[in-house]
Each structure stands twice: as structure tokens, then as C-alpha cells.
Design a protein around this ligand. Structure first.
Ligand code: ADP
Ligand code: MG
Length: 492
């Protein structure tokens, strides 16, 4: 892998990359940065989590003149969260060159944005709809734009932004550079490229890529009715630090996050019907670990880069393989391993097989975890908490009574009783989820068919092992459950 110094970047940019902690380029960055620096149009295709933002962000910032105080670059992104995140990354890349990027998105007061625009950002990162608003009001002019980036182009098309994108591209001077980045390359994107780009170079990194293959992937076959129990048990067993749970509809997101909260997890939901400030605050709390389980729809979580997500749960299997790749890409980012667990109802096994054939990987079947495993998971958390207290807290004043107790009982009996008192045993929570249509493979379209021959009956009856907490041993930090352990101790 190349280092950034090999790419002919200027000193301030190198300095900021070092500052960001990037040591080597990712494959897409290595290939696209030199081409983009030459001013050529290009299409970059690589999976989620492979560093596409910096792949265009570095050359973009490099090619902007700091002294020219006008908008010279524009990035179009599908969602407000992504616009904010991309602008943050561009500002980091541009910190020493003093390049300023401003996110512009719907849901934020337009007057506020107009004031921010007066400070003359060099780059704006916009959702298409809101940019169109500003174009109509003439509060953003596109006549000095030299570089345009379409980020997550496939997702923008999915969200129906095609016409807006066309309108915007027509308004930008033709002697510009156009960069297009996307995880997938449907026909429509090739059309846009043909119409709005000048002999674009196509740089495609094979989808066997980093994220999905670095992520352990499991599935559990379970009826709709039992899904919530299975999810809670796995959470109890594994006590993830940060996890994202995907549900099919906004209603289900609300219902699930409520049920998880009732069951004692710090969970919140995020979807498109929430106000911008609510979404911002949920994401902030998730990033700083106040919320440990984020329940989300596909759209709300698309493109989000939250480091430290250890588990992705597909509470509902996604409707198509691309979404699966996107969801699973929320964990195991940039070389770290993660775990993705998909709950599959019997009717949805076909979709699971299709996903396997697209990602060219087997997703490992796991049994429905037992209550006993869940309880053991909780006990392990208590144990970790005890070890933490030994390491970190002052317990001198408890020792007198401890010695008294030990004089008359054996230590295993004593400790077991203490564990019983402080371990929070999972409580049953009554959950009624709104039904959502199961994901089924449709026969129309050009989706590849699942390769049935690989999955004969033996495939279904494959060896299935048990659940275990993931390898962190005596991790004294604990996860959601450890927190609950502490809470219950306080309450009790
Ligand atoms: P994509 O847009 O392809 O889904 P992102 O641009 O969001 O991926 O990057 C994913 C994560 O990888 C981010 O946390 C980013 O900071 C990190 N990252 C990007 N490039 C590098 C690099 N060269 N070295 C280390 N981490 C990187
Ligand atoms: Mg991206």
C-alpha cells in the first residue's frame, strides 16, 4: 500500500493527513488521488468503509485556492448526516491549508445558512434539495465552481434525486472537474456519467473488499414472534460496546427502541421522521457512548461513519444485497473487525442466499441463543465489574465483614450468593411490533439468482455451534449490560 507522501501532495495537506492518523492509503485512495489531482474526471467505485471521502476529499481540497474567497467546490450527498460528516472530514483535511467547507442541508434554518454562506466557504457539501432552494433564491452561485463531487451517487438515485442532480449539474460551468463516487454502479449512474462527465476514468476496487470480509457474519433463523427475545439474548451474551440495530420501517424502529429501553438498554431510534435536532442529539450521544444501541432505518444510517461500532444487527433482513453491504459496512470500519448478525425468518431464507451469492461469502448459521447463555453473559459482566472494582476502587472498609463471612462459609458459596444479588437477570418484556412485509427475492430485475446448488439440504443442516462472548476475555469496561449491572446495584 502506498503512503500519502508518494502521491505528490502539498505539505499542509500531508500534515493534516498525519494529524488525522492516516498512515497508508486505502486502495481506492491510492488509485484515485493521483488521477483526480491531474484534474481529470473520474468514477470511483468501492465498498462502504473503504475511505472514499478522503479519496475525493484530498484532491478536492488540494485543488482549491485558499485566497479566492468563493465557492470553488461542491459535494452532493444524499442525507444531512452525511453532508455534516463529509464537511467535517474536508475541514480536517483543509485545516492547515485553511480551506473551509460548509454543510448545507434541509431541516436547518435557511436564514442561518445564508449567514454562514456570507463567511465565504470554499466548499459546500449539500443535499440536492436544499441546494436547489439556494439556487432559486440566488443565495448560492455556482459560476465559480471548479470541482463537483457526487458522493454515494447510488443512494442519491435511490432517494429520487436524479432530476435535482441533473438540474444542478446543468447550472455548473462546463469547464469543471466532475468526480463521482458510489458503492454500486447501476445503469442510471452510467447514464449520468455519460451525459455530465468528460471521458471519466473508471476506478473500481473489487467488492471482495475490506469491510464486509473483515466482518464476522452470522445469521439466526427465527420466527418473527421470537425475534425480540433473540436480539435481547444476544445483547446480553455479547454486551456490545456500540451496536446498530436495523429495522425495516420507521414504526418498527420506534417500537424496537422503546422495547429495548424497557428491557434496560440505553437505546434510541433514528429515522427520517425525527426533527433534525433530535437526530443530531441521538447521533452525538451514540458517538460518545451515552446511547449504546442505535436502532435505525437504512436511510437514516446510510453513510454514517461512527467509529467503535462492534455489532450490526439486522433485526429485519434488508430488502436487497446492496443494503446488506451498506449496513454491515457500519461495523468493522477501516480495518477493525466487527460482527454482523442477521435475524432471518423462514420465509426470508431465499433473500439470505441471494445476499451470500452477491457478497460471495457464506454467512454462518448460529442457533437461537438460550436463556441460560444469556444469564451466563450477564454473570460474566458482573464478574468483569467485580474485577474492575478490585483494580480501581477502594474496598478496604468491606474487608472486615468479608472475613467474618469467610470464617463460616466457603468462598465459592459466598461469591455465588453475592453474584446472585448483583446480577441483573434479564426480564421479559412484552413487545408488539407492527408487522412489516418480509423481504423476498423478486424474480424481476437483473439481480443475480442465488446459487442454489451450494445450499442443498446439507447447507441448512450444517454444523451449528453455540454463542459465546467475543474474545475480549476480562475486558473490564463491559458494555450495555455492565451499565445495567451497575444501575441495578444502585437501585437495589
Ligand atoms: P466510505 O465513504 O468508503 O464508506 P469513509 O470515507 O466514510 O468510507 O471512511 C471510512 C473510515 O475509514 C473513516 O473513519 C475514515 O476516517 C477512515 N479512513 C479513511 N481513509 C483512511 C486511511 N487511509 N487510513 C486510515 N483510516 C482511514
Ligand atoms: Mg462515503
Amino acid at each position: 500500500m502506498a503512503t500519502f507522501t508518494d502521491l505528490g501532495l502539498s505539505e499542509p495537506i500531508i500534515r493534516s493527513i498525519v494529524n488525522m492518523g492516516f498512515e497508508e492509503t486505502t486502495p481506492i485512495q491510492e488509485k484515485t488521488i493521483p488521477t483526480a489531482l491531474e484534474g481529470k474526471d473520474l468514477i470511483g467505485q468501492a465498498q462502504t468503509g473503504t475511505g472514499k471521502t478522503a479519496a475525493y476529499g484530498i484532491p478536492l481540497v488540494e485543488r482549491i485556492l485558499p485566497q479566492a474567497e468563493q465557492i470553488q467546490g461542491i459535494v452532493l450527498a444524499p442525507t444531512r448526516e452525511l453532508a455534516v460528516q463529509v464537511a467535517e472530514e474536508l475541514n480536517k483535511i483543509g485545516q492547515f491549508k485553511r480551506i473551509h467547507a460548509l454543510p448545507i442541508y434541509g431541516g436547518q434554518g435557511i436564514d442561518w445558512q445564508i449567514r454562514a454562506l456570507r463567511k465565504r466557504p470554499h466548499i459546500i457539501v449539500a443535499t440536492p434539495g436544499r441546494l436547489m432552494d439556494h439556487m432559486r433564491r440566488r443565495t448560492i452561485r455556482l459560476n465559480e465552481i471548479k470541482i463537483v463531487v457526487l458522493d454515494e451517487a447510488d443512494e442519491m438515485l435511490n432517494m429520487g434525486f436524479l432530476e435535482d442532480i441533473e438540474t444542478i449539474l446543468k447550472e455548473i460551468p462546463e469547464e469543471r472537474q466532475t468526480l463521482l463516487f458510489s458503492a454500486t454502479m447501476p445503469r442510471q449512474i452510467q447514464n449520468i456519467a455519460q451525459r455530465f462527465m468528460k471521458e471519466p476514468e473508471l476506478i473500481s476496487i473489487k467488492a471482495t473488499g475490506v469491510t464486509v470480509s473483515d466482518t464476522e457474519q452470522h445469521y439466526v433463523e427465527v420466527s418473527e414472534r421470537l425475534k425480540f427475545d433473540v436480539l435481547s439474548r444476544i445483547l446480553d451474551i455479547q454486551s456490545p460496546d456500540l451496536s446498530i440495530v436495523f429495522a425495516r420501517t420507521k414504526r418498527r424502529v420506534d417500537e424496537l427502541s422503546e422495547a429495548l429501553s424497557k428491557r434496560g438498554y440505553s437505546a434510541e431510534g433514528i429515522h427520517g421522521d425525527l426533527t433534525q435536532s433530535k437526530r443530531d442529539s441521538v447521533l452525538r450521544q451514540f458517538k460518545d457512548g451515552t446511547i449504546e444501541v442505535l436502532v435505525a432505518t437504512d436511510v437514516a444510517a446510510r453513510g454514517l461513519d461512527i467509529s467503535g461500532v462492534t455489532h450490526v444487527f439486522n433485526f429485519d433482513i434488508p430488502q436487497d444485497p446492496e443494503s446488506y453491504v451498506h449496513r454491515v459496512g457500519r461495523t468493522g470500519r477501516a480495518g477493525k473487525t466487527g460482527l454482523a448478525i442477521t435475524l432471518v425468518t423462514p420465509r426470508e431464507i431465499g433473500m439470505l442466499r441471494l445476499i451470500e451469492s452477491v457478497i460471495k461469502r457464506r454467512i454462518v448459521r448460529k442457533p437461537i441463543p438460550t436463556i441460560i447463555e444469556a444469564v451466563e453473559g450477564q454473570q460474566r459482566l458482573t464478574m468483569n465489574e467485580i474485577l474492575r472494582v478490585i483494580a480501581e476502587e477502594d474496598i478496604e472498609k468491606y474487608k472486615g465483614v468479608a472475613e467474618e463471612l469467610l470464617a463460616e462459609n466457603d468462598s465459592v458459596t459466598l461469591l455465588s450468593a453475592a453474584l446472585k444479588i448483583i446480577t441483573k437477570e434479564p426480564e421479559a418484556v412484552e413487545v408488539r411490533l407492527t408487522e412489516a412485509a418480509p423481504a423476498r427475492v423478486r424474480s424481476m430485475g437483473n439481480n443475480p439468482r442465488p446459487q442454489q446448488r451450494n445450499y442443498n439440504r446439507d447447507g441448512y443442516g450444517q454444523k451449528v455451534d453455540t454463542w459465546a462472548r467475543r474474545g475480549k476475555g476480562n475486558d473490564v469496561r463491559g458494555g450495555a449490560g455492565a451499565q445495567r449491572g451497575r444501575d441495578s446495584k444502585r437501585n437495589g
